[in-house]
Design a protein. Structure first.
Lengths: 385, 235
């Protein structure tokens, strides 16, 4: 027989009160776990989507001469006389220390070509990577599938009267227009987009590219470090980070997380209040019992230990069950919150944090009731003596 | 030598209009091994007397010595230790803990003592056997009769082998036959050398006491002479 025996027996034989306490704290912990695990899953999803939405590092050749712009960004010299980037050098990007953070390397070759009726800007791209990266592109028809196909920008298509299925002759080569871009409001509307090898051949730029867009896979990885690393392996090019893109991503993710944590904190506070009120009620209900303990020689510290011990057991149970419930709820509602099939990770760190949080909140909420219990006057408590 | 020495004991409570005197200038000495009955009408100060003697309620004035220890010179926690080591309480209406079995209730005073669990259990089983409840160890209080609950309460008071047992109206809620059984049990314990102070208003219990004191309006109104015989026997 120890204090622990008394605490366990009280909880075991007063199941409804224990259940009420556990449920009160469990709701708080489960909400925190749900919000955090949802936030983690959705952050990962958002991060993944955002990382695939456009580049955040641009590699351009050194040039002091003619400057064209692409998407409103200065791209350095892409004129014929400027230094081009050797395509074979791009392999070196995959050797940088942070190479695991690179989601996509999308090289492009740009140049002016003459069609049957007009001079237009042709952009050759790595078909698979470019169309993956530019998810905001809506194509009427199909994307480019081979070297004999082109996608026409909205304005080019309008000017040249191109529709999906049209043919276009460029330097005696026939190309089929597989699709037409819906209006993007960017310079993409002015482009003819084809495969990289075909464009290199038409522009006589075999083995070279005009610029490279790099998508770095990270919400908090050091993009500026990656810029340095790429500049080291490619010394003859300009490498720059699009800070705005990086910062916007970071900001969006951090706002999402802050919102989740704020909601979680409020719910947890309510959980703590439930524990506090229930424990205060329990202490009042047990006044006589505490009087008996005191009369039998229990010290104040023994009474405090007894109440806090009970609360710790309840909190531990609420922490474990809250974690499991929270993960279960996340599993149930996650499919309704995202189009993609997300895999929910059982995070032992979150589990440990949930149990610790429940213990801390439960014990803090019970501290005052325990103190009150220990201060009870045994004579008043007993009223019999 | 006196085991309990009470000197000029006074206890007042602050009422709405004036002070209520619960005990006034009470002097009493009790020898070791005495079965003392404290009698009196309701409001005579019996329960206050027992609370003060039990270290539960500070007197307004006066001194209480048990086995030479000046109770109210002890700090709050030391007083708790004194209760644990020196006293066994038998409360009015049993005051058993409803979610603990008979055996666990008896082990309560040992819960905060540093001794092996098996030893605690053995001590509890022995006293329960002594009060005739060897077969009821695992029963919860609500599974026991009034008399059996009272026996559990007595066993709880005995488990620590305290020098002094304080009992507050232990037969108050029992029928006549069970009351007699309980009083017989107390008498047996007393004959084994146990000092007992029992508060009661039931005059039928008087023959069991070695000595009876009667309180009236907080003052000692009557003191039977049996105490001298007890002192003589103890001596």
């Amino acid at each position: 027989m120890k204090l622990e025996t008394i605490a366990f027996n009280n909880l075991r034989r007063r199941k409804s009160r224990m259940a009420f306490l556990v449920i009160g704290l469990l709701i708080g912990v489960a909400t925190v776990v749900t919000l955090i695990s949802l936030s983690n899953a959705l952050t990962a999803d958002a991060q993944h989507k955002m990382e695939n939405y456009g580049a955040n590092i641009v590699i351009t050749p050194h040039s002091d001469s003619l400057s064209l712009t692409y998407g409103g960004m200065p791209l350095g010299g892409v004129a014929v006389d400027s230094t081009e980037i050797r395509q074979s050098d791009l392999e070196k990007i995959t050797t940088i220390p942070n190479h695991r953070n690179i989601a996509a390397i999308a090289p492009k070759v740009l140049g002016v070509i003459t069609t049957d009726s007009a001079r237009v800007l042709l952009m050759g791209v790595d078909i698979e990577k470019e169309f993956h990266l530019k998810r905001w592109w809506t194509i009427r028809g199909n994307p480019v599938l081979n070297d004999q196909q082109l996608v026409a920008g909205h304005e080019v298509a309008k000017k040249l009267g191109l529709v999906p299925g049209s043919t276009l002759t460029i330097q005696n080569s026939k190309f089929m227009v597989s699709g037409v871009l819906e209006k993007t409001g960017s310079q993409d509307d002015q482009l003819l987009i084809g495969s990289l090898p075909a464009a290199q051949r038409l522009l006589h730029k075999e083995g070279t590219v005009s610029l490279v867009e790099v998508a770095a896979l990270c919400s908090d990885c050091p993009v500026t470090d990656m810029v340095q690393q790429i500049a080291t392996v490619l010394p003859n090019v300009d490498v720059s980070a699009i800070q705005q893109v990086v910062k916007t991503r970071m900001h969006a993710l951090s706002q999402f997380r802050t919102f989740s944590l704020a909601i979680a904190a409020i719910v947890l506070l309510i959980g703590a209040l439930v524990v506090f009120v229930t424990m205060m009620g329990a202490v009042n209900e047990r006044t006589r019992e505490i009087g008996i303990f005191r009369a039998l020689g229990f010290r104040r510290a023994h009474i405090m230990r007894l109440i806090l011990l009970e609360s710790a057991v309840v909190s531990l149970l609420a922490g474990i069950l809250g974690y499991l419930t929270g993960m279960g709820i996340t599993r149930l509602i996650l499919p309704f919150m995202t189009e993609q099939q997300l895999h929910l990770q059982w995070n032992p760190l979150l589990g440990a944090a949930a149990v610790t949080l429940a213990l801390v909140v439960g014990c803090i909420a019970s501290f005052y009731p325990a103190l009150q219990a220990s201060r009870l006057d045994p004579t008043e408590a007993l009223r019999a003596l | 030598m006196a085991f309990i020495e009470i000197d000029e004991l006074r206890k007042t409570y602050r009422g709405e209009a004036d002070c209520v005197v619960a005990l006034n200038r009470l002097d009493l000495t009790v020898a070791e091994g005495t079965f003392l009955g404290v009698m009196g009408h309701s409001g005579s100060g019996k329960s206050t007397f027992l609370s003060i003697l039990g270290g539960l309620c500070h007197p307004t004035a006066g001194q209480v010595l048990v086995d030479g220890i000046d109770l109210y010179q002890l700090s709050g926690e030391k007083l708790a230790d004194f209760r644990r080591e020196y006293l066994g309480f038998v409360f009015q209406s049993f005051n058993l803990i409803p979610y603990l079995t008979a055996c666990e209730n008896v082990m309560l005073p040992l819960a905060v003592k540093k001794m092996p669990g098996a030893e605690k259990r053995r001590a509890a089983e022995q006293v329960l056997e002594k009060v005739g409840l060897a077969a009821r160890l695992q029963h919860l209080p609500n599974q026991l009769s009034g008399g059996e609950q009272e026996r559990v309460a007595i066993a709880r008071a005995l488990v620590n082998a305290p020098p002094l047992i304080l009992a507050d109206e232990p037969t108050g809620s029992l029928d006549t036959a069970t009351s007699q059984e309980i009083m017989e049990l107390f008498k047996t314990l007393n004959q084994e050398g146990q000092t007992i102070v029992m508060v009661t208003h039931n005059s039928e219990n008087r023959p069991y006491f070695d000595r009876t004191v009667t309180l009236r309006d907080g003052e000692l109104a009557e003191d039977s002479q049996t105490s001298f015989q007890v002192i003589a026997r103890a001596g």
